[in-house]
Design a protein around this ligand. Sequence first.
Ligand code: 5AD
Ligand code: SF4
Length: 479
Amino acid sequence: MEKFNNILPDYSKAKVRSNNTTVIKREIFDLPDQIKNIGIGRKYYLRTYGCQANERDSETIAGILEALNFTRVDNEEEADVLFFNTCAIRKNAEDKVLGEIGMLKKLKRNNPDLIFALCGCMAQEEMIVKTILEKYPQVDLIFGTHNIHRLPWLLYNAMMAKEKTVEVYSKEGEVVENLPVSRFGKHKAWVNIMYGCDKFCTYCIVPYTRGKQRSRLMEDILKEVRQLKEDGYKEVCLLGQNVNAYGKDLGIEDGFAKLLEEVAKTNIDRIRFSTSHPRDFSENMVYVMKKYPNIMPSLHLPVQSGNNEVLRRMGRVYTVEHYKHLVDLLKKEIPTITFSTDIIVGFPNETHEQFLDTLALVDYCQYDLAYTFIYSPRENTPAAKMEDNISEKEKSDRLQMLNEKITYYSNLNNQKYLHKTLKVLVDGYSKKNKNVYSGYSEENKLVNFTGDNINVGDIVDVYITEVKSYSLNGVKEDK
Ligand code: 5AD
Ligand code: SF4
């Protein structure tokens, strides 16, 4: 067997960007017998924190573990191996994970053979890995976002050699195809179209934890979507940190507009995509969205701030005017479109007036939904070196003012659906009442509804009878 030298994360390497073209690695998942069978009679538990990229990575981790013959359990106490796929985007996300790792000591005491693995974005952070090695001896295996395909060997080493195993490559990254996947949904699927990010917004840790931007080949993406359609999937969400930059590293001009059009032509019922960066969103994209009814009229377009000086210091490389123009064009061409966004308050040196500009932008765009955050300094990012001169109280007051406005517009926007019929993809039963179904409309509105002959995975017409701030209620229409 291979001997392991622990490989730790290194921020100076994680920053490197060369002009090398994207390397596509086609994994041949042919494991030696002694590794293939390590899961026989053993159970795994997997907890995912953070964004959709992590959700999709967890589906690969689950696919690999099931290829190793492990069985999934939903209760950590029953597990022989535990995985935490972690998020590093803000400090409170990390603190939550560290707190929960602390609680695992007890499980380990009850079952000394338990293997505990930590992966995802926190595993790519130099300081976090050092802290875990020093203070959290209950962690047996640490592997990074670039090392998922190495999981069978890493886990074998941790289990059989009973050695603490750490492997975190701090490299620009490659594209690894053909890994097994165990999808968590039966009707909606995440499809990675690219990995990493080259934008280096000054507050953001993602370019360090997930490496350089690298796109999958269009033919591989289309093959995956066609297969999903054949398997009965109704909706795909094309995933990337900055989907509008798709193909730049492959030398394709306006690659995302081209890719989106080809995905639309597969005739899969519903297509969504996330996340869009306003800078790279081409006008062509607007026309592709308009042309194909299976591209959903709903867009997540993070703005971060409504003030040009703050945007400049955030390294967002667009202006408020550019953003507004894009929103205006989208609303004009696709009148049913809904918008969601991400906003940060309390970026270093953000004045009260600059914050008011953000509120004014929310008035202008009238978002349907917004994810709002207090700025959190991330080690080694340029913004973390800026003076953070806003009091905690001021930051939370700003967040509250912003959230009140967001809820106001969410409610206002929802009013227009009252007594209208929406097409809803049925996700399942409502948690509170089994006679109530729930799903999302084309506009990405959460709809709870009643009716007969409803199956999960159907797309049904729902007549809206009641409107709330963040959901709609209705009744299925019979044709
Ligand atoms: N502090 C607060 N919010 C952040 N985000 C990213 N980095 C930070 C940070 N350091 C937010 C951005 C991004 C979303 C995914 O998380 O709004 O769009
Ligand atoms: Fe982070 Fe900016 Fe890249 Fe989004 S575009 S992942 S905010 S660096």
